[in-house]
Design a protein around this ligand. Structure first.
Ligand code: ZN
Ligand code: ZN
Length: 312
């Protein structure tokens, strides 16, 4: 039992279009506020303008790339320039599957200006975990035309609820001893008896879990990673009548995304990465996903923002 998990877990969709931007949708980008951290998942061209538009701020601590198709990462070039001009000193962490090191290095050192803040590039493989205090980000191998990862953002388990009345009834003096019990330490009551944390704390509460597919065919590793997740963000590039295209380009249909959500028994499904054909009218994608998954499903749009509440 650690610090008690994150307080805020907020998602802002910055880009929800596949392959090319449209009037309504920018290329892939997702901002995640996790406690004090601001993370980006993918950074397609134009992502920095979307961050201005939707008010996420620029104080990004880490960027996780799902893969290195141009529509998922070219935005990092301009974004790092902007941060450099803004006088940033705080280090920036960049994560992605190989060849992240080579491609991101090129992107960072393109042009003649040099960055005044450190940029650390790390390559991730299936199962690798990035620990970030009260939560972690785990890489999940997915199935796309190039080496690609999905990500599972998992909050640590939170301690059980503190029963104040019970603590007082057992003779614990309000004050520092309450904090000790909440941190898992035993204390001595007024009558000299020992009070254990288990006497006054409820069962520990599961942390939140959110899983992002990136670009992929439906895949078992993702189903396993998403088991029981609060939220699954799954790509949904095509509809049923484009199944052949989905297979050929290693993308998913809305129906397939729904199936993954059902098999993983997630609590909520958000579809994203829409081909231009579904840009405005995404009713087919939604209906086909709903055929498979009976929980709440929605299609993301640029600017969609929500928080994932704590689990009780
Ligand atoms: Zn893509
Ligand atoms: Zn791709």
């Amino acid at each position: 039992v650690g610090s008690g998990g994150m307080s805020i877990l907020r998602f802002t969709f910055l880009g929800t279009s596949a392959a090319q931007p449209t009037i309504h949708r920018n290329l892939s980008g997702l901002a995640v506020k996790a406690d004090a951290d601001l993370l980006l998942f993918d950074c397609g061209e134009g992502t920095q303008r979307q961050m201005v538009r939707f008010g996420t701020g620029f104080t990004v601590d880490a960027v996780f790339f799902t893969h290195f198709h141009a529509d998922h990462y070219l935005g990092i070039i301009g974004f790092l320039r902007t941060l450099g001009m803004g006088g940033r000193e705080h280090p920036m962490a960049l994560y992605g599957p190989p060849p992240a090191r080579r491609l991101l290095h090129q992107a960072i050192y393109l042009g003649t200006e040099k960055l005044d803040f450190p940029v650390e590039i790390s390559e991730l493989r299936d199962g690798d975990v990035v620990e970030r205090g009260s939560y972690k980000v785990r890489a999940v191998q997915v199935d796309h035309r190039v080496n690609a990862l999905g990500y599972a953002l998992e909050e640590e388990e939170r301690p059980g609820r503190f029963d104040l009345d019970r603590a007082v009834a057992l003779g614990v003096a309000p004050g520092p001893d309450f904090g000790r019990l909440q941190r898992g330490e035993a204390v001595t009551a007024a009558d000299g008896r020992t009070v254990q944390p288990g006497d006054v704390l409820g069962p520990s509460r599961p942390g939140r879990k959110v899983v992002l597919s990136g670009d992929t065919r439906p895949c078992q590793k993702l189903v396993d990673a998403a088991r029981g997740a609060d939220l699954l963000i799954h790509e949904s590039t095509f509809s049923d009548d484009e199944q052949a295209r989905a297979l050929e380009t290693r993308h998913s249909t809305g129906r397939e995304a729904g199936r993954v959500a059902r098999e993983a028994d997630v609590r909520r499904l958000v579809l994203t990465h829409l081909s231009s054909r579904h840009d405005v009218d995404h009713s087919r994608l939604l209906a086909q996903a709903r055929d498979e998954f009976k929980g709440p499903v929605e299609v993301a749009f640029d600017g969609l923002t929500f928080e994932i509440p704590l689990r009780e």
